[in-house]
Design a protein around this ligand. Structure first.
Ligand code: HEC
Ligand code: HEC
Length: 425
């Protein structure tokens, strides 16, 4: 009996402890206490984000950190409309944008559910019919039959107008496998020019290809659609599809999300909307190299990337390679040359990515972002654009960029922390 009672008490105590954080932590009542609280939470958030940037297994801890802060903001009346939000608009807006992306039905990270996003954007991201014929689907599956798939595309081009020719090539990705097979790196990319007169967006359709000899066939097909806006910006829409290989040989194709296969937050990598193709060296045949250049040039003609009303990239702040507000180098340069244009100061610092990667350029490289893509463009020799640097310098430059963005040092806070605390205004 006694044992039973003490077990009950223990159970009660454990239950209380488990739920304690929800009600026991008092809200910071005074402005000074809110200030201190914000400082602690910004450090926790930036530290958790950096850990997750470096290692995927820190994701759960990061999610908990975001949820914990967002919950406190709501519970303590410190979210939108409060005096705290008026003092820390960046912090409050950021937490709102990050926490909505953690909801189970917001896997894409947009501010509407995945269901709503796909329902509303269907008109942009459908795969053109001529890429869905049984003949094409059969040949575009395997690396071995790729020449036949390309022959079919060339055939299609014969009946297409000169300015709506399909641009296509195959390559190997240096960045990632497909969502259904993380070891599948081969791709066929087809850029299907849009028709603004008929409101047909331009589509980048990418088929994952099954490796030579592999038994399990790759399923994924991705679409990024771009719609140029009157204000010179370009809206980007995303969708993944999965192929299903039937026993009778038929190949059907349906949305990955609709098949219950989950989805990804595309924008963590696709900061610039469409991404340029930076393939594994030597993976593109010499007669197709000019098409890689052609699609990358085409990408550069799109205006600054936007994600329609589904994501406001400005809520995520300045990006990697921005100038740190308290950077002594910049401060002294400013002092020495009062008339020195800001842009040149930026390029005088070691990490001038922001002169091109900003909201009205290629989009900011801000958190949440993907390490693979950024490290590859910097250490792989593609960025900073046009810079001749040794491999050693590149590795050093990359780690400096990450440090400058994520530092929580009070004396020299990094880009993210400074911005969250309102010190970049
Ligand atoms: C982990 C980073 C990452 C995520 C997440 C991601 N992509 Fe990509 N994607 C890339 C990279 C990098 C490229 C450029 C080709 C390459 O290097 O593989 C690319 C290329 C593409 C292309 C070819 C056109 C282009 O932009 O170059 C399509 C289409 C595409 N992705 C669709 C999607 C969709 C749809 C999603 C979300 C469901 C998504 N991607 C999520 C990294 C990512
Ligand atoms: C002078 C302009 C310029 C500067 C400076 C610059 N970039 Fe870029 N960046 C570009 C262009 C143009 C592209 C696309 C061209 C391509 O790769 O074909 C690009 C593409 C990228 C991409 C892939 C697309 C994306 O938005 O994710 C990454 C990542 C990137 N740059 C990172 C950086 C980093 C990090 C720095 C600073 C070390 C930097 N860039 C500096 C112009 C620039």
């Amino acid at each position: 009996m006694l044992a039973h009672t003490s077990r009950l008490i223990l159970l009660l105590a454990l239950t209380l402890m488990a739920s304690a954080p929800v009600w026991a932590v008092p809200c910071p009542p005074t402005v000074a206490q809110q200030e201190a609280w914000a400082g602690i939470k910004v450090n926790a958030l930036v530290r958790a984000a950096r850990a997750y940037y470096e290692q995927e297994r820190a994701e759960a801890a990061y999610d908990r950190t975001v949820e914990d802060i967002a919950r406190t903001l709501r519970r303590c009346g410190m979210s939108g409309g409060s005096s705290f939000a008026a003092r820390y608009p960046e912090f409050v807006g950021y937490l709102q944008a990050l926490s909505v992306g953690l909801l189970d039905d917001h896997e894409l990270g947009f501010n509407v559910s995945d269901e709503t996003y796909f329902a509303e954007t269907r008109k942009y991201v459908t795969i053109p019919d001529f890429l869905l014929t049984p003949r094409f689907l059969k040949t575009v599956t395997r690396f071995e039959t790729l020449p036949q798939a390309k022959a079919l595309l060339r055939e299609l081009n014969k009946s297409r107008a000169p300015d709506s020719q399909l641009i296509f090539f195959s390559y190997e990705s240096r960045h990632l496998g497909t969502p259904d097979n993380n070891k599948s790196f081969r791709r066929l990319l087809i850029v299907v020019p849009g028709d603004p007169a008929k409101n047909v967006p331009e589509k980048w359709v990418q088929f994952g290809l099954t490796d030579p000899g592999a038994r399990v066939r790759t399923r994924n097909v991705s679409v990024v659609a771009v719609v140029r806006d009157a204000d010179q910006t370009t809206n980007t829409y995303f969708k993944d599809y999965f192929r299903t290989y039937r026993r009778n040989g038929a190949i059907t194709i349906k949305g990955r999300w609709e098949l219950g296969e989950g989805d990804d937050n595309c924008v963590t990598c696709h900061k610039s909307g469409v991404l340029p193709i930076f393939p594994v060296e030597g993976s593109v045949s010499s007669d197709e190299l000019r098409f890689v250049e052609e699609v990358n040039d085409r990408f550069l003609t799109y205006g600054p990337p936007r994600f329609d009303r589904y994501l406001d990239a400005s809520k995520f702040g300045p990006g990697l390679g921005s100038v740190r507000p308290l950077d002594p180098l910049v401060a002294s340069a400013r002092q020495a040359h009062a008339s020195f244009p800001a842009k040149e100061i930026a390029s005088a610092t070691s990490s001038a990515c922001v002169s091109c990667h900003h909201p009205n350029g290629l989009g900011s490289l801000n958190w949440p972002m993907d390490k693979k893509v950024i490290s590859s463009f910097v250490t792989g020799g593609r960025m900073p654009y046009g810079a001749e640097l040794s491999r050693r310098e590149r590795i050093k430059r990359y780690s400096q960029l990450v440090q400058d963005y994520f530092s929580i040092d009070d004396a020299r806070p990094g880009i993210l922390k400074s911005w969250l605390l309102g010190k970049s205004r």
